[in-house]
Design a protein around this ligand. Structure first.
Ligand SMILES: *[C@@H]1O[C@H](CO)[C@@H](O)[C@H](O)[C@H]1NC(C)=O
Ligand SMILES: *[C@@H]1O[C@H](CO)[C@@H](O)[C@H](O)[C@H]1NC(C)=O
Ligand SMILES: *[C@@H]1O[C@H](CO)[C@@H](O)[C@H](O)[C@H]1NC(C)=O
Ligand SMILES: *[C@@H]1O[C@H](CO)[C@@H](O)[C@H](O)[C@H]1NC(C)=O
Ligand SMILES: *[C@@H]1O[C@H](CO)[C@@H](O)[C@H](O)[C@H]1NC(C)=O
Length: 801
């Protein structure tokens, strides 16, 4: 018996280290930045400086054996990863890389790829209250003394979010010393780091070595000139800051999820213009350093690469780095990606990563568009400064295009497509081009003299409305789409409005329509919420189909948080504005929320493993919205499912008292890799270079994950094993499980726990019936409850024959 999932892996079985090597077509002589990965260090988890020196020497030695001399090795070495991750980064040509790949002790050799870096109301929406008694903030002591690391674009240290007033000494577990690689501002007297922002480092060697992109010495600083890192770090661990607002919307107190946490910034992304400016070799070095510094949680903001094969597990810096972090008991929280709604787009799919998708909150930044014929539509907006009772001429971008611009380009208001003589003084309608950021349209509209812009979603953006720091007053409105249950979706008040726009697209002349725009306001308590964000990347998990990803969703739409004073809110060069706060979109923002929540759980339960913290947040998540109906997707009539939200929307208050957890440790992940068919020697390399014997009795499906996914069911029944650990009072839990068309038996169906940390194992026997359609996923759930707590796991199955 056993799961037929194993079949999937059989053909991926990698029998020698060599096959882990990912080499592009040989281009003779051109040096590129390669990462040579060698597993864990034999010096174990607590290296001395002598150990690290010895490790670096062994790296030089290995490299010298290929290049001919120690000097040559020194010349090309970019990083020696000598603390927790074993390996190095070096400038090599393809031939040299191939020779190194054959060396004993080398697990994989791969090109250092470039990655792109991927609040006020949101915390109340999650049920946290500053002055209440018993929310997760109080129970988790506001995340006090948890250390959250942010690997991102750096930090703007002088912001109020990072003020250390009232903080005690830096926790003794911090081993990062006083390293603070931040420049002082000209008139600033205080040290940029303090008891709140306890460390800052930058990692630029691979970026500089590969592109010949030399960074000015004055820019060798972890200071954030992009805004993303500051925003996410303050979302995870920023102080309470009163009076946060952008353009006068979103008034309130900004704060992080763990507002009393200590934070450390590791800057790995270097160019605000070029999104792909974060190098894997720099990221790996930052992770090695963060592990060494003694952080509790690493929030990894750089987008994962789309992994396509099982080998990617060992040729992906994020996957490798996070494995080492987790084996040192550090939780890695990473975003699912912003490439939804296409299926199979989820990244960071390894079972040791906590992978987060994005959804809306119950706050909208809104403006109402009123057309001269009475039709109205609600949109998302940060700022409308036009007089609300005055009507302005309306023009479609395609009607206002320059003669030399194509309709295709003009509809998106791409640079140099709008004709000033037609557009100036009017309100222009553009199609939204970017998924999570779309501000170039506003710049073109402004340059063409438009007074305001209406930004219409494409179909794939559905009804996710982004309020963005545009350079002209603007309102983003939903895709005009098919039908829609207007009572459910408050985004448009008058469905027949769409006829106006459809009738004139393209290129017939615009009817003489005028438009009024109401002032942008903040609306709180909108329903339904959460709704999936259209751009949140979706499952199924391509490379590990037996692991459901994303794991959970959290707020990621219109998130207000602190921002860098060294960057414009739109990140456009032409934008000279500077704000202490900004509203951003994306799974990065939701990821920071979960880092904050994890910080609370960690503070309350300092000894829990990363897997236990993740389990607590997953099993208490909800699949219902604030109307108590199933969470919707960003598209009309679509309900979201586990491939969109994983276990559901986080509920931090419940995560503080999960009752039971599904725990996992290093050995479980090693057994999982065995069951997945990875080479035994490679797996031993991960185990601090100690021999690890794959016993053949472990099955992928039995990894003690808080969700169950069987993507290859046949007609015979399949048994899955799970183990629960009691982390609450003693009591008896009963199980119920349901998947349409399946018979699910839980043995035993009742478990009594008498002691703290007591473990009990149970079986889930799944028998698919013949009524289930082949190759179609079915969604269900397993719930353990003691009458008070509810420990829920999504079950996803697919019958293949
Ligand atoms: C935000 O506060 C400012 C100043 O206190 C006030 O003028 C504005 O109306 C407020 N906006 C909202 C949406 O509450
Ligand atoms: C957390 O990770 C996400 C995505 O992986 C990233 O975008 C965000 O910037 C990070 N935030 C913090 C506080 O580290
Ligand atoms: C919807 O539009 C029609 C005109 O097309 C108008 O008569 C009607 O009053 C509008 N309804 C609302 C709620 O604005
Ligand atoms: C069209 O021509 C104008 C100059 O007349 C130029 O500025 C613009 O970039 C051109 N647009 C395109 C799309 O080629
Ligand atoms: C669990 O099941 C037992 C036996 O059916 C029942 O007596 C008990 O009340 C149940 N407990 C809960 C919390 O449902």
């Amino acid at each position: 018996m056993g799961s037929s999932n194993n079949d999937y892996y059989l053909h991926l079985i990698v029998s020698s280290f060599l096959l882990f090597t990912f080499l592009p077509e040989t281009v003779h002589g051109i040096k590129k930045c390669y990462i040579v990965y060698m597993g864990a260090h034999s010096h174990g988890p607590s290296p001395t400086s002598l150990d690290m020196e010895a490790a670096t020497n062994s790296h030089y030695h290995l490299l010298a054996s290929v290049l001919g001399s120690h000097e040559k090795a020194k010349e090309v070495m970019i990083y020696s990863y000598n603390k927790h991750i074993n390996g190095f980064a070096a400038l090599l040509d393809d031939e040299e890389a191939a020779i190194i790949a054959k060396k004993q002790d080398v697990v994989s050799v791969f090109l250092s790829k470039e990655r792109k870096p991927q609040t006020t109301r949101s915390w109340e929406f999650l049920g946290l209250r500053r002055n209440a008694k018993n929310t997760a903030w109080q129970k988790g002591r506001f995340g006090e003394n948890t250390i959250i690391a942010n690997i991102d674009t750096g930090v703007w240290p002088e912001l109020r979010s990072f003020n250390d007033k009232g903080y005690g000494p830096v926790p003794s577990k911090w081993r990062g010393g006083n390293v603070c690689q931040l420049d002082k501002r000209p008139r600033s007297i205080r040290n940029p780091c303090n008891r709140k922002l306890i460390g800052a480092r930058y990692f630029s060697k691979a970026f500089e070595a590969t592109n010949g992109n030399i960074i000015k010495p004055s820019m060798h600083t972890a200071r954030d000139f992009e805004g993303h890192g500051t925003h996410t770090l303050s979302t995870a661990g920023g102080n309470f800051v009163e009076g946060a607002h952008v353009f006068a919307v979103g008034n309130g107190t900004a704060k992080g999820g763990s507002p009393r946490a200590r934070v450390a910034a590791y800057k790995v992304c270097w160019s605000p213009e070029d999104e792909k400016s974060c190098h894997e070799a720099d990221i790996l070095s930052a992770i090695d350093q963060a592990i060494s510094d003694g952080v509790d949680i690493i929030n990894l903001s750089v987008g994962g690469r789309q992994a396509v094969t099982a080998e990617d597990t060992f040729t992906d810096a994020v996957s490798i780095g996070s494995f080492h972090a987790v084996s040192r008991n550090i939780l890695i929280v990473a975003s699912a990606g912003n490439d939804g709604p296409t299926p199979q787009t989820v990244v960071n799919g390894a079972p040791w990563i906590f992978t987060i998708g994005a959804s809306t909150i119950d706050r909208d930044f809104r403006s109402i568009i009123t057309f001269s014929d009475g039709r109205q539509i609600q949109g998302g907006s940060l700022s409308v400064t036009l007089p609300p009772n005055q009507a302005f001429d309306f023009i479609l971008a395609t009607d206002g295009k320059l003669a030399n611009a194509t309709i295709q380009d003009a509809q998106f208001c791409r640079p140099g497509t709008l004709d000033r003589t037609k557009v100036a003084g009017k309100i222009v309608k553009c199609m939204r081009e970017g998924n999570i950021k779309s501000v170039v349209e506003g710049l073109e509209a402004r340059d063409a003299g438009a007074l305001a812009m209406l930004l219409e979603n494409q179909e794939k953006q559905g009804r996710t409305l982004s309020a963005e720091p545009q350079m002209v007053p603007s309102v983003n409105f939903r895709h005009r789409g098919s039908g829609g249950r207007s009572q459910d979706f408050p985004y448009f008040l008058n469905a027949s409005y769409y006829e106006v726009i459809t009738a004139t697209t393209p290129p017939s002349p615009t009817p003489s329509l005028t438009v009024k725009l109401s002032k942008a306001t903040t609306v709180i308590g909108t329903k339904p919420a959460p709704v999936m964000a259209s751009y949140s990347s979706r499952g199924p998990n391509k490379i590990q189909p037996s692991i459901l990803k994303p794991d959970v969703i959290a707020p990621g739409v219109n998130i207000l948080s602190s921002y860098s004073l060294g960057a414009s809110p739109s990140d456009l060069q032409q934008d000279r504005r500077r704000f202490e706060f900004n509203v951003l979109q994306g799974t990065s923002m939701s990821c920071s929320h979960v880092s904050g929540i994890a910080g609370l759980v960690k503070t309350r339960y300092p000894n829990w493993s990363p897997a236990a913290i993740r389990s607590a947040i997953m099993t208490t998540a909800t699949t219902r919205d604030n109307r108590n109906r199933p969470i919707q997707d960003a598209f009309d009539r679509d309900l979201a499912n586990s491939f969109d939200y994983g276990s559901g929307h986080v509920q931090p208050n419940l995560a503080m008292e999960p009752g039971l957890v599904y725990d996992l440790h290093l050995i479980d992940y090693l057994n999982f890799l065995c069951a997945s068919g990875y080479d035994q020697q490679a797996i031993s390399a991960l185990n601090f270079k100690r021999t690890f014997v794959c016993k053949g009795t472990h099955r992928i499906d039995d990894l003690n994950y808080p969700s169950i996914t069987l993507s290859n069911l046949g007609s015979s029944s399949v048994t899955v094993i799970r183990t629960l650990t009691n982390v609450g009072p003693s009591g008896t839990y009963n199980a119920t499980a349901k998947v349409d068309g399946c018979r699910i038996t839980i043995v035993p169906s009742s478990l009594t726990f008498k002691r703290m940390y007591e473990k009990k194992t149970f079986k889930v026997i799944v028998q698919a019936s013949s009524v289930i359609q082949l190759n179609k996923y079915q969604f269900g759930e397993l719930i353990w409850t003691d009458g008070k707590r509810r420990v829920r796991s999504p079950i996803t199955i697919r019958r293949r024959n």
